[in-house]
Design a protein around this ligand. Structure first.
Ligand code: AMP
Length: 131
């Protein structure tokens, strides 16, 4: 059965897309740790990130770098924190999280409750900055 992320990529489930190319899809996390929290996923359905072949993993990093630069322009923050967990959704993904301080990366922080139009505005602002 397709993962929820494959169904998002296929357009069967809605998402707030921020960037896409032939191999990767980036969209806002629906339970964000911060405004602009983005997930980058390979279109190829591979569960564990370190099962990606070297080329795909390298390209995913370069794509994430491009998305991170756009998030930094769209969302006030000090840096973009990078995290990989992958225990909830069995489809490799990189979390890109705008942070001001180390504690902003803590998994025990409460997630934000944003409205649909807030997600839409953030996604648009990031999309506008993707080079
Ligand atoms: P993990 O697999 O532990 O890295 O976490 C999966 C992440 O995917 C969590 O931060 C969820 O909030 C996020 N997530 C799950 N379903 C969706 C969805 N339909 N749209 C956007 N983000 C999602």
């Amino acid at each position: 059965m397709a993962t929820i992320f494959s169904r998002i990529i296929a357009g069967e489930i809605p998402s707030y897309k921020v960037a896409e190319n032939e191999q990767f899809y980036a969209f806002l996390d629906i339970n964000p740790m911060a405004k602009g929290h983005t997930l980058v996923v390979p279109k190829q359905e591979i569960d564990y990130i370190f099962d990606l072949n070297d080329k795909l993993l390298a390209e995913m990093t370069v794509f994430s770098k491009k998305v991170a630069a756009a998030i930094e322009k769209a969302v006030p923050c000090k840096r973009i924190g990078v995290m990989v967990i992958g225990l909830e959704v069995p489809h490799a993904h990189i979390h890109l999280i705008p942070i001001q301080k180390e504690g902003d990366m803590s998994l025990t922080n409460p997630r934000l409750n944003l409205l649909g139009d807030e997600f839409a505005k953030i996604a648009e602002a990031i999309r506008d900055n993707v080079k």
